[in-house]
Write a protein that binds this ligand. Structure first.
Ligand code: ADE
Ligand code: ZN
Length: 326
């Protein structure tokens, strides 16, 4: 249909993507085999059947298990390259990719091994597919702030290659205020700031991300809609929200895609964008997120254009690059 053609044809940017969450079961099994690692599932099918989650934590438990098979620079390269080839086929032209260095450091994988493999794939895809990128280092909020500080120290030789920092993992009980110090240090280093907030956590966590971390954008932000004063603040500042419809459905942030808050966000004048979060776990990349959301809530062609423009305008790409893509 026409709307599917529009979604495919529009130049798009993805702003909320965990590279470890793009780890498809087929590639996971292939890498496990060459690293002589035994997975807790004996087939791709058995693993895929396990992808049923009641909440964020149930997903995270599998996500951290899955990334355990990544060991060599080649593994990080293959993972990243597979994602970039996939979204290239969907006409995604700019990507801002999160990775979770602490999830690999705690297993003894060097910072350099991780980032070198990821960057090699990003640079090749820029040369071969014309995809521009920003790399975002994300801190795990279930760990102490001290661990984030240690990770920031390891990142210092790579600050030319790391554009921003984020905050992810288990939200409840780990409010942004826990990380005020390390984000202040990141800002002093000239890094852009984002944080997951209001996915499962309350609107108060979004306030904290804005006022205490001084984020440049908010990842998810769904529960902002529970607070009218917050809606006004987000609207007035045109704060970008990186919303992830299929993630919200699979993690039961929404009961049904029909109940998704994107129409309410657009109605309220918020700068919402559509993203895939962890596409291998949630059943869809950028275009599937747009298409399934469109089908569920009845977005117009103009809504789709607004959402994809918001991503480009709200990205951290250079201004000249944004102009090219708009
Ligand atoms: N890590 C990977 N995906 C995440 C999500 N949706 N929320 C929090 N942490 C994550
Ligand atoms: Zn996320």
């Amino acid at each position: 249909p026409e709307i599917a053609r529009l979604i495919q044809a529009l130049p798009k940017a993805e702003l909320h993507l965990h590279i470890e969450g793009s780890f498809e079961p087929e590639l996971m099994f292939a890498i496990a085999k060459r690293n002589r690692i035994t997975l807790s599932y004996d087939s791709v099918e058995a693993l895929k059947e396990a992808y049923q989650f009641n909440n964020l934590q149930e997903f995270l438990d599998l996500y951290y298990q899955g990334m355990n098979v990544l060991q060599t620079r080649q593994d990080y390269y293959d993972l990243t390259r597979a994602y970039l080839d996939k979204v290239h086929s969907q006409n995604v032209r700019h990507v801002e990719i999160f990775w979770d260095p602490q999830g690999h450091l705690e297993r003894g994988i060097d910072f350099a091994t991780q980032i070198d493999g990821i960057l090699q794939a990003l640079k090749e895809a820029r040369a071969q597919h014309g995809i521009s990128y920003r790399l975002i280092m994300s801190f795990l909020r279930h760990l102490p702030e001290e661990s984030a500080f240690e990770t920031l120290e390891l990142a210092k030789p790579y600050l030319d290659e790391i554009y921003g920092v984020g905050l992810d993992s288990s939200e409840m009980g780990h409010p942004p205020e826990k990380f005020q110090g390390v984000f202040a240090a990141c800002r002093d280093l000239g890094l852009r700031i984002t944080a997951h907030a209001g996915e499962e956590g309350p609107a108060d966590y979004v306030w904290q991300a804005l006022d205490l971390l001084q984020v440049d954008r908010v990842d998810h932000g769904n529960r902002s809609l529970e607070d009218d004063t917050l809606i006004e603040r987000l609207k007035e500042s045109q704060m970008v929200l990186t919303v992830c419809p299929l993630s919200n459905l699979k993690l039961q942030v929404v009961k049904d895609l029909n109940d998704h808050p994107i129409p309410a966000m657009l109605q309220a004048g918020l700068k919402a964008t559509i993203n895939s979060d962890d596409p291998a776990y949630f059943g869809g990349y950028m275009n599937e997120n747009l298409m399934q959301l469109q089908q569920a809530v009845g977005l117009s062609a103009d809504d789709i254009i607004t959402l994809t423009r918001n991503s480009i305008e709200g990205s951290w790409a250079e201004e000249a690059r944004k102009k090219e893509l708009l």
